[in-house]
Design a binder for this molecule. Structure first.
Ligand code: E4P
Length: 215
């Protein structure tokens, strides 16, 4: 299971990448806006930190515009993945960009049928948003289960990125269902390290070590 970090916060990316558990990065216009910095500069800095797929989102609504943006963004670094929305124009753009060797991530995906279209267009990645589905009273992880099953049936090469991850259950279930990737906000990645028994255990071992270390 690959872990992508879902942020445009360069310092957090650096810190978690240094630990050695980050396989890629996803950004979106809202995450970029949160940093209040120049989009291309931020993306360039991220490519200098993480050696893996880095998603940068196109903001055009028509295929032609997305293709143009995709071609420009892909010049920043070989690891740039173009995020396009799950629309007919987006799918049209994916077909063209992927044929030219520019990898795409179909974002704002909320159903298995949408994921079938992304795979048919040859997208390298598809991003179903589980948290936003939970927000409207649906079960986001059910959609992941469906997509995993369908992709296996047809041996589709598109990798599933579980996105809009909001809690540790989402992360664990992504692994249990066999999703290729979970893109996780830094705060949640930090929480993955923690267990109260780990802290308690370390404390006890150190206390006991103090008793015998000089013997
Ligand atoms: C990542 O690719 C998505 O853009 C992100 O996970 C969306 O998360 P949100 O639903 O919390 O905004």
């Amino acid at each position: 299971m690959k872990i992508f970090i879902d942020t445009a916060d360069v310092e957090e990316i650096k810190r978690l990448n240094d630990i050695g558990i980050i396989d890629g990065v996803t950004t979106n216009p809202s995450l970029i806006a949160k940093e209040g910095r120049n989009f291309e500069q931020v993306v360039k800095e991220i490519t200098e930190i993480v050696d893996g797929p880095i998603s940068a989102e196109a903001v055009s609504l028509d295929a032609e515009g997305m293709i143009k943006e995709g071609k420009e963004l892909s010049k920043i670094h070989k690891n740039i993945i173009i995020k396009v929305p799950m629309t007919s124009e987006g799918i049209k753009a994916v077909k063209v960009l992927e044929a030219e060797g520019i990898k795409c991530n179909v974002t704002l995906t909320f159903s298995a049928n949408q994921a079938i279209l992304a795979a048919k267009a040859g997208a390298s990645f598809v991003s179903p948003f589980v948290g936003r589905l939970d927000d409207i009273g649906e079960k986001g992880m059910d959609v992941i289960k469906e997509i995993v099953e369908i992709y296996k049936n047809y041996n589709f090469k598109t990798e599933i990125i579980v996105a809009s991850v909001r809690n540790l259950e989402h992360v664990k279930e992504s692994g249990m269902l066999g999703a290729h990737i979970a893109t996780i906000p830094p705060k949640l990645i930090n929480e993955m390290f923690k267990h109260e028994l780990t802290d308690k255990g370390i404390k006890k071992f150190l206390e006991d070590w103090e008793k015998v270390k000089d013997k």
